[in-house]
Design a protein around this ligand. Sequence first.
Ligand code: ARG
Length: 458
Amino acid sequence: MAKMWAGRTAGNTDKMADDFNSSISFDSRMYRQDITGSMAHAAMLGAKGIITQEEADILIKGLEEILCDIESGKLAINMEAEDIHMFVEQVLTERLGEIGKKLHTARSRNDQVALDLRMNLREEAEAIISLLKELINALLVQIKANKLTIMPGYTHLQRAQPITFAHHLLAYCMMLLRDIDRFCDMKKRMNKSPIGCCALAGTTYDTDRLFEAERLGFDGICMNSIDGVSDRDFCVEFVSCCAVTMMHLSRFSEEIILWSSWEFKFVELSDAYTTGSSIMPQKKNPDMAELIRGKTGRVYGDLMGILTVLKGLPLAYNKDMQEDKEGIFDAVDTVKTCIGIMTPMVETMTVLPENMKRAAQEGFINATDLADYLVKKGMPFRSAYKISGSIVAECIKRRCVLEDLPIAEYKNYSELFEEDLYGEISLETCVAKRISLGGTSLDSCNKQIEFVESELCK
Ligand code: ARG
């Protein structure tokens, strides 16, 4: 394909160099943003009299047709082209002749690529936010069905205190809400228009950058043209938001994997989201959850990749920056697929409350409440803690739980123990009494549900 930049050189590069230089295989996905950006640019050129209004209209119509033809499949993107910007301009020029050649007035591919990427990621951020909301909604369904499902809460993966499954899942809702917030926050900084920065120094034409920014839905413009074409902070921030989201998904995946094991059996995943073993007939493997956990690593890699590409780059544009896209798009696609698979997996997951309850009944997770019982009767906490510890040791020796130890035995440890103790240390009471804001009681969880729902409406 003839080079549009042939002039200074004949444009006859080596075939291997051409392939090496080309980015069309991964930047063609920005065709819509590229064409929309060009339409706004043509409109600005016309409005400012840099080209005639008639020429602007012809350019806009031509661009519109290219967009339609790509979307309908009539026009295939030529993978021999150097990049999406060159491809669109080349087709436009083929179709419109001389007028097509006017589009690239007062701009450069440097501001063009920065524009396309910002517009593309802005849309992708919206898509990810919607997916996150769907996942939170799926969680809310399980949460509402499990408000009274008691399970052991863990620290150090050791049974610690009784909680409800609703409370546990609500913790993930809070993380995912923060993920949404992070994407929204990042979007504010990203949504500034670089178009009009041109190659790096601005332009001698009397352009109107605000006109273009407004048409393209930006909140403002990049205020320094050198920064506008060099800045990829928004990419770093975007992938960093993806990485944090993946970190959350991977923690949840890890729990789903544990809970699906025979050792826990707190949940059973739908057949649709598990696989079998080629050799062990009894197996039902949580591959989807494992893959989400595994793919987290690759998104972290994408983050390190973009940071490293940018490290030490002199201003302004350098071709190194073409290396931003593959990692970013990989992060976008990975996050979207992972949330997309997590949502139905959560929706179709069967919760097994009896197994959770059984696990909660073992492990002395009401020992804190036993100590609190003595404290409420006047004993200092440290002494109550010590006595409760000794009682737990006694129960272990007798192979019984706190609820089964006779009152006479309790009285050997303290005269403060009375019959009402059994009601106080029942798991239901332990949960019901944790009424602090954010705690595990029904009322506290209802408040958390309300909070999540109101955040989703924002
Ligand atoms: N494909 C290039 C990229 O992704 C577009 C910008 C090219 N600019 C240039 N001065 N060669 O970065």
